[in-house]
Structure formats: C-alpha cells, structure tokens
Ligand binder design. Sequence first.
Ligand SMILES: Cc1cc2nc3c(=O)[nH]c(=O)nc-3n(C[C@H](O)[C@H](O)[C@H](O)COP(=O)(O)O)c2cc1C
Length: 210
Amino acid sequence: MSQQAIQSEVLKVLAERHSVKEYQAGHKMPKEHLEQLLTSTTQAPSSWNLQHWKFVVIEDQAYKEKLLPIAYGQKQIVESSVVIAVLGDLEANKNYELVFGPLLEAGHMPKELYDNLAGQVEGAYKYPQVARDEAVRNASLAAMQLMIAAKALGYETCPMGGYDAARFVKEFNVPERYVPVMLISVGLPAKPARPSGRLSLDQVTVANTF
Ligand SMILES: Cc1cc2nc3c(=O)[nH]c(=O)nc-3n(C[C@H](O)[C@H](O)[C@H](O)COP(=O)(O)O)c2cc1C
C-alpha cells in the first residue's frame, strides 16, 4: 500500500469514528476479530513499556445484564457484541521484570540500562499519585487504540464513563490492584452515531506558550 493510501485510510478511520449507541443486538463477534482487536489494542505505547492495562472482556449476556444497572441502564451495554472494561494497573511496576527480563537475558539490553530503568520505575512508584496517573494515562491510550482498531475491523464503539465504578469493582470482583478507567461497547451499528461537532483549532491550540 502506498504511503498516500495508508494516510487516507488512517485519516478516514479517525474522521469516521463516532460513539455509536445502537447496535445489532445478538451479534457475536468472531473469535479472530476479538483476538485481533485486543492484540492491536496492546500495541499501544506505555510509560517504560509497563503496559498498565487489564481488560475485562464481557461477552456473556448474563454479565452484560449484570452490568446494565451499574452503567445506569445505557442500552449499548446489552445490545453491543462485547463490552470491554478498561482498567488501569496501579502496580504496573511489578511488570518490570516480565517486560525487561527477557530482553536482558537475550542480551538485547545491557545490565546497566536494566538497573537504571528499574531504579527510575521504583523511584516513581513510591508515590501513589504517580501510580494512579500512570494507570489512567496509559490505559486511556489503550482505550483509544481499541476504538480505532475496532473501526478498522468494521465495528463501532462507544466509550463510557457513565457508570458506578465502585459498584463495578464490587460486583465484578476487581482486585485492588486495578482502577476502572472506562467501559467500551463494541459491535455492529443498527443506527449511525448522532452527529458531534468539535471546537475549532483556534479554540483548542496555543502557539508555543500561554
Ligand atoms: C471518557 C469518556 C466517557 C464517555 N462516557 C459516555 C457515556 O457514559 N455514555 C455515552 O453515551 N457516551 C459517552 N461518551 C461519548 C462522548 O459523549 C462522545 O465521545 C462525544 O460526544 C463525541 O462524540 P463522538 O465520539 O461521536 O465523536 C464518553 C466519551 C469519553 C471519551
């Protein structure tokens, strides 16, 4: 594919992603699509590559029904093919060895760099606020990547912050290690998204400095 074709396809996907709230109820996403969706999602960048995310993949109708009141009755929960609860990892520093250990062992990373980065991570994770900011920041990048990947696979999505996170934690047995970031419904559209506008670039940009 030429550079120009890639550019126009990617920009088209970005321009055409909108929050779809009405889905073809009962549609089941093929396993290969779900796997591709999650694989593309986890290709998102993250601080120190610690991959501060966890995904609760809610496909069973019974669990969607359980989630419905927690999400204040938003019907995309029960009508979409799958709802993905994106969680941030408050203890992503624990992923350090998992991520960098193999690189060290394979000789792709000098020991000095391994120790240096480990020191940075442990230093940062002494502060709970840093752990929380990192969890939400990095899981949000994965969430955005998920919505774009879904669109590329022919699905529509709706991100949702409108749910009772504390109740979700309780009823879905979320361990203390994770913080809920958002829910995302994914499915085939029954109706297009409502039109949504954007502020102008003048309204949202500042040249060089405030
Ligand atoms: C963090 C976040 C939380 C949101 N929560 C909800 C929600 O609970 N319910 C809903 O219908 N839409 C929700 N939205 C969708 C926004 O309303 C939507 O993205 C915005 O109006 C722009 O429209 P568009 O996505 O169709 O371009 C949320 C979006 C984001 C990014």
